[in-house]
Design a protein around this ligand. Structure first.
Ligand SMILES: [Zn+2]
Ligand SMILES: [Zn+2]
Length: 263
């Protein structure tokens, strides 16, 4: 499997991805918005886009569907619950469905509600597993719930699915928000040396130069995976006086998500 991360330079800092079978050159385009750039990237490399996958229905994730489909004849895949919102979907996906790209790539669909209630993440089963997390899970952060989402559902998705993936899983998110998210981490955990070092290291990098993190790394600096951290809990109790001394991970997550909304 080859993963091509594409940076279209949108105001919303989107990443697009091409997931490519190295043997056949068949490719799946994840959340294409800038269709011209996605097509140009595939053409330049001799890849054939056979499928388009939308993680969810927001416009910046589906806006290029029609142009990519017209140019390539690709089939459009999306969460079954989002198909009517997206339009033109050839295959509705549910938890556990497997998408094949060429001969060598297998992608498992994870039903991951929270950012929207019909959101899929893709998990590539390879020597190094890879997660395509859309707007559910960001590098050093979590998706918002402003446009049709629900923080409780987002917590469930993190607790029951994403946080359980193997440490060496690579995280390919739908946007580059990493530096900003590290700022939030340090706001909650000023003594997190890993987050501080990383923010310094990445300060001058462009989105194209941002690293691909692993879940093991995320566990060190992603606040939404550090729900038992005493410093985080102490800080939250100053802001949320009703939070018990020993809150559940769910309570911590909900408070963090709420705080992040206005941070
Ligand atoms: Zn979104
Ligand atoms: Zn988005």
């Amino acid at each position: 499997m080859h993963v091509e991360r594409i940076w279209p330079g949108t105001r919303l800092r989107n990443y697009h991805y091409l997931i490519v079978c190295r043997e056949t050159g068949d490719a799946l385009a994840v959340d294409p918005w800038d269709a011209a750039l996605v097509l140009e990237t595939a053409n330049r490399n001799g890849w054939n886009i056979r499928q388009i996958l939308n993680t969810h229905h927001h416009h910046d994730h589906i806006g290029g569907n029609e142009a990519v489909r017209n140019a390539t004849g690709a089939r459009v895949l999306a969460h079954a619950g989002a198909a009517s919102l997206i339009g033109g979907v050839d295959q509705g996906l549910t938890q556990g469905d497997v998408i094949r790209v060429g001969r060598t790539v297998e992608l498992e669909c994870l039903d991951t509600p929270g950012h929207t209630m019909s959101h899929v993440c893709l998990l590539a089963h390879a020597e190094q597993p890879a997660l395509f997390s859309g707007d559910t899970f960001f590098n050093a952060g979590a998706g918002n719930c402003h446009n049709g989402g629900d923080p409780e559902a987002l917590y469930e998705t993190f607790a029951s699915k994403l946080s359980r993936l193997p440490d060496h899983t690579q995280v390919h998110a739908g946007h580059d928000y990493m530096l900003n998210n590290l700022g939030f981490t340090l706001d909650r955990e000023p003594d997190n040396a890993v987050a501080a070092g990383l923010r310094q290291l990445l300060a001058d990098r462009t989105a194209e130069q941002m690293p691909v993190t692993t879940l093991a790394e995320e566990r060190q600096f992603n606040t939404f995976l550090r729900l038992q951290n005493p410093r985080i809990i102490a800080g939250l109790r100053e802001r949320f006086p009703d939070l018990p001394e020993h809150p559940t991970p769910r309570e911590v997550f909900i408070c963090l998500r709420s705080l992040r909304n206005n941070w």
